[in-house]
Design a protein around this ligand. Structure first.
Ligand SMILES: *Cc1c(COP(=O)(O)O)cnc(C)c1O
Length: 364
């Protein structure tokens, strides 16, 4: 295919919100990236264009059968004036694993990363510079063929949109309350739980609402077969520090393989903290809590990076973890990982990627 990305600049620049108004996913930058696919041509016409609504036939398959996937990552404007991404090649590799599961044709990962860089450079004035803020990047693919048969679409759009986001933690990281879900399940092995696809999130809303009603902010999912093994929390992977050994559920096909999860496991190994990826039952966690061996628990994901868990509720019983406070290890992991992302902590892993201007693959 022709890999030349064309850039059409917007003539209508939007006003930028103040850092205090940012929140999450409320504002979008001046440009977006689009590339089309049809079965005869493959992927074609990669382009940066002004941010705008798209027009789709009401019969487009994405609306009816949910053939769609997405990714999420962040760009940071760091103290040295550079723009940094965190392991973007991992996001594009996972995008293609999700694509494969949903019978969506693979995207050229090198081109997708170049598209991401060009879009970020085009809208670099949108990257907020205040502490803890960043530019959230959302690549996604939708099936656009107008045809109601249940089969894989012959047409798609790959798009990237970007949103400046505020600090996840206004006053430093603080622990959340989690509801252990015993009625609904998120995914089963062999299903699509390990793909970042829309239906997983639509299916989680009901349980999320009930968790809110119980005063919790997120759901901890148990496995769909035995209803006893821990899977993940909302849109985060989950870790438990039991007596100094950090345990996280193994990638079993029904949980999402988080890039933050992988980074935390590598960091722990680097710090010589014992870490185990294995099956972990809710009973084991409750027993560890009762015996005073559950030192801390935390979720991991791009949005919050580390989200300490201060309290679990399961079948009507509350289990307060670490006195409801942020654990020492959670804080250390948060400081180290956000430091690497923002270029203030030495990155011995080669995770941080500086976005540099290049004329590579570009035509204006
Ligand atoms: C995106 C996501 C995660 C976290 O993945 P990261 O790559 O760390 O952001 C975890 N669980 C689910 C269900 C997700 O969608």
């Amino acid at each position: 295919m022709n890999k030349t990305i064309t850039i059409e600049l917007s003539t209508n620049k939007k006003p930028k919100p103040k850092a205090s108004e940012l929140g999450f996913g409320k504002y979008y930058t001046d440009h977006m990236f689009i590339m089309d696919y049809d079965a005869a041509t493959g992927w074609y016409n990669p382009r940066v264009v002004p941010y705008q609504p798209i027009s789709l036939d009401p019969a487009a398959k994405v609306f009816h059968y949910g053939q769609t996937i997405f990714e999420g990552l962040k760009a940071y404007l760091t103290d040295d004036g550079k723009i940094r991404l965190f392991r973007p090649e991992q996001n594009m590799a996972r995008l293609n694993r999700s694509n494969a599961r949903l019978s969506i044709p693979a995207v050229d990962e090198e081109l997708a990363i170049e598209a991401l860089k060009q879009l970020i450079l085009t809208d670099s004035d949108w990257i907020p510079s205040d502490a803890e803020t960043s530019l959230y990047v959302r690549p996604f693919v939708i099936a656009t063929e107008a045809q109601l048969g249940v089969n894989a679409s012959t047409q798609y759009m790959f798009m990237i949109i970007m949103s400046p986001v505020g600090s996840y933690y206004a006053e430093g990281i603080h622990p959340v309350k989690i509801h252990v879900e015993s009625h609904y399940v998120r995914a089963v092995r062999g299903g699509v739980g390990n793909a970042k696809t829309a239906g997983n999130y639509a299916a989680s809303l009901k349980a999320q609402e009930e968790a809110y009603a119980h005063g919790a902010s997120q759901v901890l999912w148990l496995d769909g077969v035995h209803r006893k093994y821990i899977e993940e929390v909302g849109s985060m992977n989950v870790f438990f520090n039991i007596d100094g050994t950090v345990v996280t559920p193994a990638l079993n096909g029904s949980i999402l393989d988080g890039i933050t999860r992988d980074s935390i496991i590598r960091l722990l190994k680097h710090m010589n903290v014992p870490v185990e990826e294995r099956q972990l039952s809710i009973d084991e966690v409750v027993t560890a809590h009762q015996e005073g061996r559950l030192v801390e628990a935390f979720g991991t994901g791009t949005a919050a990076v580390i989200s300490p868990i201060g309290e679990l509720t399961w079948e009507g019983t509350r289990y307060v973890i670490n006195g409801g406070n942020t654990g020492e290890l959670s804080q250390k992991l948060y400081d180290t990982l956000t430091g690497i992302q923002r270029g203030t902590v030495e990155d011995s892993f080669g995770w941080s990627v500086v976005v540099e201007p290049s004329e590579h693959l570009i035509s204006r």
